[in-house]
Ligand binder design. Structure first.
Ligand code: SAM
Length: 435
């Protein structure tokens, strides 16, 4: 088996640990993926052949979407993509996996194709034989071999598990949490305006300089060691950790819009110390004892199941490894109506410093250090808001009055939440015991 086949098998096993008996490989090339010796595979040459299949545990569609016209120069071809996904859902057993492998390096606009295909497969749901089924999105991940051998950061595998869902309410605006992130806070325009505000490559307070200050709180790095960056956004922290400290960094983010931007930038830069996966940090299997460092800037307030997150990241940290997270948190003041509304709209899960510390200890971390950085947050917000006012002319070259108002009012509101000791900015650092 090739390294790419091993990578796919690892992802499939993580997404669906059950037994895989029946496999179908869709490919137009005889020299493509084979999975020799591992899977008893029936090979097919076109998407249409899926229609005749049933009872399948794994379908691998290897570079067939472009070849069969499901992705064209004009974008995704909805009708044929629908037919493909529908036949894949009909052919798969519940819990079975669809792997889509597609190299977007020749795509005219990977910035559009990557997030739109991810969105398409993530929200695709249909009634089939009396069941409302769709795909439980596990990840869209870069093919490692293509990065190392060809400097190609745009070769991807999507791992999708067939699942039965409850039909959504008629007025539901979004289908999954990823869909919610991409359609509300992290639209492409929203990301661009945020980046203007925070500084190049960052979607977090203080941009590049503040991130260096935060990384320094690790207390030094072993050159060439492995770091995981959770909620890596458009990749500023990942690229900084690689470029400044010489680390091998994996960035993960659930927002396809965010991570697409990070991936397209690294494809241009060709920094092979960096790789990415669009996935949920709570459910993705990072492996056991893999990372020397785990880092996360202002992501985990988005995550409801904090215990599942802590369990998952504890497992993936090497013994003796260090974790450092900054997060939006809550203070001790009674919540104002405005703060409640802000929190509800964002679906934030804000914790106090004490709650974070307790959880870290419960999950086995030692040398737990927590720090309230809200005063620094206030300084940064004040500085960033003043910069927005001063550089209005430049801002309006790229964005509208509505975006200006949203940022200006958002920053002003956060300063008020801080005054009421509602909104905090917290730091947590700890170690996994060496033995
Ligand atoms: C405020 S941004 C910070 C981005 C980046 N860390 C930076 O400093 O520029 C928070 C990020 O967390 C991501 N995120 C939210 N929930 C996530 C989850 N369950 N798994 C992975 N990433 C998630 C969001 O999509 C978003 O990109």
């Amino acid at each position: 088996m090739s390294a790419t086949e091993r990578q796919i098998v690892r992802l499939v096993r993580a997404a669906a640990p059950g037994e895989i008996k029946q496999t179908a490989l869709l490919s137009r090339s005889t020299s493509s993926l084979q999975f020799t010796g591992l899977l008893s595979t029936s090979k097919h040459f076109e998407v249409a052949s899926l229609e005749s299949l049933v009872g399948i545990d794994l379908i691998v569609a290897d570079k067939i979407l472009v070849a069969d016209g499901l992705i064209t120069k004009e974008g995704l071809h909805g009708a044929t993509l629908d037919a493909f996904l529908l036949s894949a859902l009909s052919a798969l057993n519940t819990g079975g996996v669809l792997v889509v492998r597609e190299d977007l390096s020749s795509d005219a606009s990977p910035r559009v194709t990557l997030p739109s295909l991810t969105d398409y497969v993530d929200v695709f749901r249909r009634d089939i034989a009396g069941k409302y089924v769709g795909f439980d999105f596990y990840c869209a991940e870069q093919v490692d071999s293509s990065i190392y051998l060809n400097g190609n950061y745009l070769d991807f595998v999507w791992i999708l598990r067939k699942k039965e869902f409850t039909p959504p309410a008629a007025d539901a605006a979004t289908v999954t949490f990823r869909d919610f992130l991409d359609k509300t806070q992290y639209t492409n325009t929203g990301i661009g305006a945020y980046e203007w505000m925070f500084g190049k490559d960052f979607i977090s307070p203080g941009g590049y300089d503040e991130n260096i200050r935060v990384l320094e709180q690790f207390g030094g790095f072993k050159y060439g060691a492995k770091m995981l960056d959770i909620g890596s956004g458009i990749g500023g922290g990942v690229r900084q950790a690689a470029a400044v400290y010489g680390l091998q960094v994996t960035g993960v983010d659930l927002s396809a819009n965010m991570l697409t931007e990070a991936i397209v930038r690294v494809h241009d830069e060709k920094d092979s110390r960096v790789n990415y996966s669009i996935c949920d940090a709570v459910t993705y299997d990072f492996g056991e004892n893999v990372y020397d460092y785990i880092f996360s800037r202002d992501c985990i307030q988005h995550i409801t199941d904090q215990d599942a997150l802590f369990k998952n990241i504890y497992k993936s940290l090497k013994p003796g490894g260090v974790i450092l997270i900054t997060m939006y948190g809550k203070g001790k003041g009674a919540w104002t109506e405005a703060f409640k509304k802000y929190n509800d709209q964002r679906f934030y899960h804000l914790q106090t410093l004490d709650e974070v510390k307790e959880r870290a200890i419960k999950h086995g971390f030692e040398a737990v250090h927590v720090e309230n950085m809200t005063e620094r947050f206030r300084e940064i917000l004040t500085h960033e808001r003043a910069h927005l006012e001063k550089e209005k002319v430049d801002f309006f070259k790229h964005y509208t009055q509505a975006e200006f108002d949203s940022l200006y009012n958002g920053w002003s509101a956060k300063l008020k939440y801080i005054e009421a000791d509602n909104h905090n900015w917290n730091l947590f650092r700890a170690r996994k015991p060496a033995h």
